[in-house]
Design a binder for this molecule. Structure first.
Ligand code: FES
Length: 153
């Protein structure tokens, strides 16, 4: 779906900025908003480009760079860190052969940090796309990633 079609669904109000970004990013296969799209959204809402950029970069669920099909976001906040018996990030990096903020060569996984995702009492936690996983262990992480690899075939 073209950005123009998404924009048509919304009134030209600044209040709609986050909804537009969420809506459009969700339907793009590489889950990001490009520079050209930032300009188009800013023009539609009569906002400065810097306003759209600042919202895009403030929230970890938005990206201005192409990402993989599955976006893995590891919680980096203190409660998860303290409760962690496993280095979640290192386990995923080793499994996928990428570092944080990188995408696998097959474009299937992007690995990122996120701030708290609201599951502090069940940490460590991570989100893959819209699904949250808690009480992570090394074995659980490997099993979860295996499920997504099966979906890839
Ligand atoms: S600190 Fe990790 S989910 Fe809240």
């Amino acid at each position: 779906m073209l950005l123009k079609e998404v924009l048509k669904k919304y009134q030209r109000k600044e209040d709609n900025l986050i909804e537009i970004l969420l809506d459009y990013q969700a339907i793009k296969s590489n889950h990001y908003i490009s520079k050209e799209e930032i300009i188009e959204i800013a023009e539609y809402l009569s906002l400065p480009e810097s306003k759209v950029c600042s919202v895009l970069t403030f929230y970890t669920f938005f990206s201005d760079k192409p990402r993989g099909k599955h976006i893995i976001q590891v919680c980096k906040d203190v409660p998860c860190y303290i409760s962690s018996q496993v280095n979640v990030l290192k386990t995923i990096e080793k499994e996928l052969g990428i570092r944080v903020n990188e995408t696998t060569q097959n474009q299937q996984f992007t690995l990122e940090f996120t701030s708290c995702i609201g599951c502090c009492e069940a940490g460590p936690a991570m989100r893959i796309n819209d699904k949250i996983y808690t009480n992570l262990t090394a074995d659980k992480i490997k099993a979860i990633l295996s499920e997504y690899r099966v979906y890839m075939q």
